[in-house]
Write a protein that binds this ligand. Structure first.
Ligand SMILES: NC(=O)c1ccc[n+]([C@@H]2O[C@H](COP(=O)([O-])OP(=O)(O)OC[C@H]3O[C@@H](n4cnc5c(N)ncnc54)[C@H](O)[C@@H]3O)[C@@H](O)[C@H]2O)c1
Length: 292
């Protein structure tokens, strides 16, 4: 995508972290912004900050787990701005429950994390992409994945992100098949300084886990996240990648060896590399890799 000024971006999970940073970046490029989020108070503050930049914007309260809610976002966005050019399926959650093995995690953990991270992305594509193709102007779909969508481990979060990455690669192929001028990208960061570790703040009561929170993991993750990249740095890298129509956006380079190891192990037909999250977090803190 080359021209951004006066075009419209819709961003889910826009009230915080990476989503808000994307909203700010697009607004500074002169785009109209639709901010969508489940957290009303944070959304109100975010909308005010974006409108202070001097662009047209609005906030829509949605729950990306539900198709009718994403359809509502689509209808309101089109009502406000007629044509949507950039869709960011960014809303995401991480769970921090204790389990030695994924067989111990209950149905509600799966429903919540897959519901937001995978189905939220799928519903965004279903609701918006036909419109983006039909209006024929250039556009882009950005799906926020994670390095957890490329590397092994991270239990349900990893499963949801691997699924969303595969979904995005199929989206890219479909858009290419029809020679569309809609681009697609996956944003796969490592650690970013956001509120993701407090994801439970938005967990619906009926999907409360019967598993207990792993407070050691949570504390370690919280320390590592604070040393992660800043969301606005991620937004700058993402914007450049959208301009150049790059599909894979990997802002952190310190994981490249782990990615190479994954594919080398697959090709050596042996076993996966070990990816115990607690060990990775401890190693990161001790190694003091600011990059993470
Ligand atoms: N922070 C990191 O280190 C990191 C790394 C890789 C990928 N990611 C991904 O980045 C994306 C953004 O997360 P973040 O790190 O900015 O976290 P964040 O918690 O700061 O922001 C996530 C936003 O999503 C919203 N949200 C949660 N559930 C929702 C739902 N059901 N419907 C609508 N909105 C919902 C939250 O209210 C919040 O505003 C997520 O997809 C996450 O998986 C984060």
């Amino acid at each position: 995508m080359k021209d951004f000024k006066g075009k419209t971006a819709v961003i889910t999970g826009a009230a915080s972290g990476i989503g808000y940073a994307l909203a700010e970046k697009f607004a500074n490029e002169g785009m109209n912004i639709v901010l969508a989020d489940i957290e009303q108070d944070a959304l109100d503050i975010a909308v005010k900050k974006i409108s202070d930049i001097g662009v047209e914007s609005c906030g829509i309260n949605i729950d990306v787990m539900h198709k009718d809610s994403v359809d509502h976002l689509f209808n309101e966005s089109v009502k406000a701005f007629s044509k949507i050019h950039i869709l960011c399926n960014n809303a995401g959650v991480a769970s921090t429950v204790v389990a030695d093995g994924i067989w111990e995690l209950d149905e509600k953990d799966w429903d919540w994390v897959l519901g937001v991270n995978f189905y939220g992305t799928l519903y965004g594509i279903q609701s918006f992409v036909p419109h983006m193709i039909n209006h024929k102007e250039e556009g882009h779909v950005l799906n926020t994945i994670s390095l957890a969508g490329i590397l092994p481990g991270e239990a349900i979060y990893g499963v949801s992100k691997h699924a969303a990455l595969a979904l995005s690669e199929s989206l890219w192929q479909g858009l290419k098949n029809i020679k569309s001028n809609i681009g697609a990208s996956v944003l796969c960061p490592g650690f970013v300084n956001t509120n993701i570790i407090e994801s439970n703040r938005n967990r619906p009561d009926h999907l409360s886990s019967s598993n207990k929170t792993n407070f050691i993991l949570k504390k370690l993750a919280s320390s590592v996240l604070k040393r992660g990249k800043e969301p606005n740095e991620i937004a700058d890298t993402t914007f450049d990648a959208i301009k150049q129509n790059h599909f894979y956006i990997l802002p952190h380079t310190s994981y490249d060896d782990m990615i190479k190891e994954r594919f080398s192990r697959i090709l050596s037909r042996t076993e996966p590399q070990s990816a115990d999250m607690q060990e990775i977090l401890k190693g990161t803190l001790m190694g003091n890799k600011g990059e993470w």
